[in-house]
Design a binder for this molecule. Sequence first.
Ligand SMILES: Nc1ncnc2c1ncn2[C@@H]1O[C@H](COP(=O)(O)OP(=O)(O)O)[C@@H](O)[C@H]1O
Ligand SMILES: [Mg+2]
Length: 220
Amino acid sequence: MYVLALVTQKGGSGKSTLAVGIAVAAMPNGERVAIVEADSQGTISKWKERRGHPYPRVVRVCDPAEIESALVSLEAEGIWLTVIDTAATSNALAMRAIAMADICLIPVRPSPADIEAAIPTLIAIRRLNRRFGFVLNQTPPRGCRLSEAATSLNSLGVLAFPYVGQRNDHQDALGAGLGVTEFAQEGRASEEVHELWRWVLKELVEGSLGRGLQAKKAAC
Ligand SMILES: Nc1ncnc2c1ncn2[C@@H]1O[C@H](COP(=O)(O)OP(=O)(O)O)[C@@H](O)[C@H]1O
Ligand SMILES: [Mg+2]
């Protein structure tokens, strides 16, 4: 089972939105995907209540140790991808999510303050030696702020492709209990999330990841 964690202590950067978007994009034929919600805000659980479909499975966790047991159960159940959504704090839950992930995505809005706010998360990810990518999210159509942000993030680490634009479809999909790739299949937001999921999957496959749950658990 592959484990992807959405992390950054900056609130409002798009962790929950991208967690839902990617989880749904990863199950075009009803594949078994799960979201572990490690955030008391409950964005994912509330989304799931509006969704009339058993997948992605949603499991809420409140304690760091629960992340490991949730992942073990989900793997035993035949889930092939688990996406962990974390809170906007650098708490023990988020740290454990990073430790248990094959890859971490750090959503960042294109502003200096948002980039600065992502640095502590980046330090934690590097300390735990996890693979990661920044995702530029809620981007404007063009402009120098965008290219400056991309340059900064490229200098700090890996920048995932593509950028995810600021589009109402993301918000409307969440409200409708859908992934954005279900909500407006032909839309640009859907296209970008599909592409982002392909980027993540390539990283997971090329890195030969997803087989180390026990090893990661032991390393925590
Ligand atoms: N690419 C996007 N386009 C438009 N709105 C977005 C996008 N990404 C996130 N949002 C909106 O921004 C707000 C914060 O996103 P959210 O995923 O809840 O952030 P986080 O989980 O990091 O706190 C939500 O209202 C969400 O719908
Ligand atoms: Mg959230």
